[in-house]
Structures are given as C-alpha cells and as structure tokens.
Design a protein around this ligand. Structure first.
Ligand code: PSU
Ligand code: MN
Length: 305
C-alpha cells in the first residue's frame, strides 16, 4: 500500500504492517493531542489507554507521529513515553509534515497530517478527540484549520466528538458542507459540541451503528466520491460537561488569548490549556473520556469494513 517514494521516510511498526497485510482492522491515532493537547502525565496515560481499548475491540492501534525525521505508523512504549514528555516539538499539519522529515525533526501530527499518513499506510479509520475547524472570529483572523481541507480530499473516516467547542461550530459545518464532507452524528439528531453532548445545531446526517457507517463509506467509494467522512460521536452522558457551563470557560479563555496576542498554531493548544485551568481539570477528564469513546467506535467501524 505504502508508495515506494514514501517508504524511505516511513517506519510502519511490525504489528501494524502484519495486521494490514492480513486485512485485519487497524485504527490510526493522532499525536498532537499528546504533544500539544494534554499535559504530562495524563497525555501518556490517555495514549496508552486508547491503544488498549482498540485492542480490546479486536483491532490494532497505530499511533502516528514524527520522531527524529521518521514518519512513525505505530509507536513503541518508549517512543510514546518520549513523545508525551517532550517539550517544544512541532505541531505538524499538511503544510509542515514533510518539513519535519526532511529536517530530521520531531512532532505531533494533527488530524490533517495523521489522515495523510494513515492513507499512505492504507489505514481507513482514525480516532481523535475533536477536529480543528473555523475559529470564532475567523471573519477577521482567517483562522480555519487545515483539518477541513484534508477531510475534503483524503479518504479516511475520522471519528471525533465533533469540532472542538472553542470553534464556531456553525461555520465549521458550513465549510464541511461546501467541501462535500459528510458529517454523520452517531446515534443522535443533534451535532455534539466536544465536551457537551449537544450543540445548537442539528445533525447533518445520522447513523446508529458502526456497520451502517462502514456501509456508507463503501458506498461513497463505489461511486468514486473521493474524500473523508467525519463521524461525530457524542461524549457519554456520565462524562459530559453541560454546554452552558463550558460556554463561560470558553469565553474567558478566548478573551485571555486575545489579550495575550495568541495566534496561528498556538491558538488551539493555548485555549485547551486555559480551559483546563479554568474548569479545575474537569475539561481534561471529559476530553480523555471522549477520546476513549471515539476509539471504541472507530475499532468497531474498522472491524465492519
Ligand atoms: N482533539 C483533542 N485535542 C487536540 C486536538 C484534537 O481532543 O489537541 C488537535 C488535533 O490534532 C487537531 C488540532 O488537528 O488540535 C487542531 O489544531 P488547529 O486548530 O491549529 O488546526
Ligand atoms: Mn489555525
């Protein structure tokens, strides 16, 4: 599956390579959530737990990251540990993934870069927390995540809890629709809002189980419709933080970010860290729970495919 030209830069872990060769279910995982999205040591515990959940569901996890200029598809325990502890590594998206490889650098891969690597390796399903999207105030900042363009072009199923609620969810849905990206809410009629089960927006599409999601993906491929599919999986009720409670933390974090002049790639990591602080750690607990929930569904979709 991996093109020869990419092989020179890529290390596919033996377990992942053998699962792919035998057409067994494999789920890709991103690593910006580890390097920039959560503090140590919770990031490492989350990364290990999510891999264990995927194994419990009978699939093979493939965490994707760049380590010393090598594109890793599947990490060893030591590599995961080092990545979780590393400070100052890059946050890699489509624009700079190849830069880290050509310069021998290390970094966490965002949703966009992880989709590229998963597709290169022949992995069709990927679990994350929340995708990047259109930021609030994008009408002046022009801050729209490369994740949206990637979903439009790269044929990977991304299982998320929707777009992070720090974003403008309505505008994010509009861009996804324009780019032809199906947004399927799992088991609900309302679009989730990451930490909360409900946003004010209706679900663009709804499917209630993994088999139906896999069937939809195959049907698009049969028609030759290229591109990804976004699954929005609401956080379990027991773990959610009500949207009105989150709204206060989000607004305060945003105002603080504007005051400190935070822009570009730093916006999302800054807001996540600030909201963690303002919520007294509650946002992190919910973030971990929703990633675990997404990993479970992703493994079931991979098995159905
Ligand atoms: N989901 C989380 N935490 C994160 C991210 C997703 O629960 O930190 C990361 C993803 O890697 C996503 C990135 O691609 O945030 C979006 O960054 P930006 O808004 O700069 O495109
Ligand atoms: Mn951005």
């Amino acid at each position: 599956m991996l093109p020869d030209t990419a092989r020179a830069f890529t290390d596919i872990q033996a377990e992942v390579a053998s699962a792919l060769a035998q057409k067994k279910p494999v789920v890709a995982l991103e690593s910006t959530i580890v390097t920039h999205g959560m503090p140590y040591p919770q990031n490492e515990q989350m990364a290990a737990r999510v891999e264990a959940i995927i194994r419990e569901e009978g699939a093979t996890p493939a965490t994707i990251a760049v380590v010393d200029g090598r594109l890793k598809v599947g990490l060893s325990d030591a590599e995961r540990h080092n990545l979780a502890r590393s400070k100052g590594v890059m946050k890699l998206s489509r624009a700079d993934l190849a830069f880290a490889l050509s310069e021998g650098l290390s970094g966490g891969t965002t949703v966009a870069a992880t989709m590229i690597a998963a597709d290169l390796a022949g992995i069709a399903v990927f679990a994350t927390g929340g995708i990047g999207g259109v930021h609030k105030g994008a009408e002046t900042s022009f801050d729209v995540s490369a994740d949206l363009d990637e979903l439009a072009r790269t044929p990977v199923i991304v299982v998320s809890a929707g777009a992070k609620a720090i974003l403008d969810i309505e505008k994010t849905l509009e861009v996804l629709e324009t780019r032809g990206v199906p947004v399927v809410v799992h088991g609900a009629d309302i679009m989730p809002a990451f930490w909360s089960r409900q946003s004010p927006h209706p679900a663009p599409l709804r499917l209630d189980d993994a088999a139906a999601i896999a069937r939809f993906h195959r049907t698009r491929q049969a028609l030759g419709i290229r591109g990804g599919l976004l699954v929005a999986n609401p956080v379990p009720e027991a773990d959610e933080i009500a949207a009105d409670r989150m709204a206060g933390f989000i607004a305060d974090a945003q105002a603080q970010g504007v005051k400190e002049g935070i822009s570009g790639k730093r916006v999302t990591p800054y807001l996540l860290a600030k909201i963690l602080e303002l919520s007294g750690g509650a946002s992190l607990t919910t973030n971990i729970a929703l990633v675990e929930n997404n990993a479970r569904l992703a493994a079931k979709i991979a098995a159905s495919l």
